[in-house]
Write a protein that binds this ligand. Structure first.
Ligand code: RIB
Length: 294
């Protein structure tokens, strides 16, 4: 069983601010730093640092070569990473004093992933392999369709949510990992259990992981429902917490752990991430997560 992440790679430009900028307002930031990021890259790094093998496919420009390097240093296989993009995607991230963030994305080379390239990569993967996806690259609907046709098990994080995603056929998705706002946009429901029920009515074979902020996360499938509380953490920066959760969850399942064990490990890894600054650089290795669980 192989894990393929076809996903975004971004240069994160992170500004610490006293509060998120309001309409019409200009504020000075307290600091500025540039980090490797992108939901795809963060998730691949989380899978790797959890100790599982992952192939990362995507497109960067010449300005993004350091993103390839950090993936490789973390142990991800980058043979499907193209360096032919115009300008690498980037994210403008405000981080508030409470550690919350808000993000503006520039798609850049993440939107230069074409169907021919996808077919070329997918021919090396087959039934039962895991396809990890987010909504930050072009032709996501094509990957969902081709992954389903091949019998791959798809984990989708629908962030950032947009109108296009709401129209997509999610029937091939094995695990949908989303937050309440995204759940509300897809189903029209507000309450966590109603969001999960509505999704299950539409997609009976789906496993739903609904993250609930400080309330932890809800797991729901046709057979099971349980909650995973958050681990306590001193929040410095929440960026990449969801990506860490996703990567650790998939890695844990690939090691043969149960869904309950995978959720617990993922929640603990995410708690370590929020206690550190940055996106990819804040993702812990398994030894740190195990020490933290103890
Ligand atoms: O999930 C966090 C990520 O979202 C950041 O690294 C940023 O690049 C955006 O893609």
């Amino acid at each position: 069983m192989k894990i393929l992440n076809f996903g975004s790679l971004n240069i994160d430009k992170v500004y610490k601010v006293p509060h998120f900028v309001r309409p019409g307002e200009t504020i000075s930031s307290r600091s500025y730093e540039s980090f490797p990021g992108g939901k795809g890259l963060n998730q691949s790094i989380a899978v790797s640092r959890a100790g599982a093998a992952v192939f990362h496919a995507g497109t960067i420009g010449k300005d993004g070569l350091f993103l390839k390097e950090i993936l490789e240093r973390s142990g991800a296989d980058t043979r499907y990473l193209r360096e032919c993009g115009e300008v690498t995607g980037h994210a403008l991230i405000q981080v508030s004093e409470e550690g919350e963030n808000c993000i503006i994305l520039f798609n850049g080379s993440n939107y230069e992933n074409d169907r021919g390239f996808m077919d070329e990569v997918l021919k090396d993967f087959s039934e039962g392999d895991i396809l990890l996806l987010q909504n930050e690259i072009s032709n996501l609907d094509y990957l969902l369709q081709r992954g389903k046709e091949k019998g791959m098990r798809i984990m989708l994080n629908p962030s950032p949510m947009d109108g296009h995603l709401k129209e997509m056929d999610l029937s091939g998705v094995t695990w949908l990992m989303l937050n309440e706002t995204e759940g509300n946009e897809i189903t029209g429901e507000k309450e966590a259990s109603r969001i999960a029920e509505t999704l299950l009515a539409r997609y009976p074979h789906m496993n739903i992981i609904l993250t609930l902020g400080k309330e932890g996360a809800l797991f729901r499938s046709g057979e099971k429902e349980f909650r995973q509380p958050c681990f306590p953490a001193r929040t410095v920066d929440t960026t990449a917490a969801g990506d860490t959760f996703t990567g650790y969850f998939i890695a844990a399942l690939s090691f043969g752990k149960t869904q309950e064990e995978a959720m617990r490990l993922a929640a603990c890894a995410a708690a370590v991430t929020v206690s550190r600054e940055g996106a990819a650089v804040s993702i812990p290795v398994m030894a740190d997560v195990e020490a933290s669980i103890k």
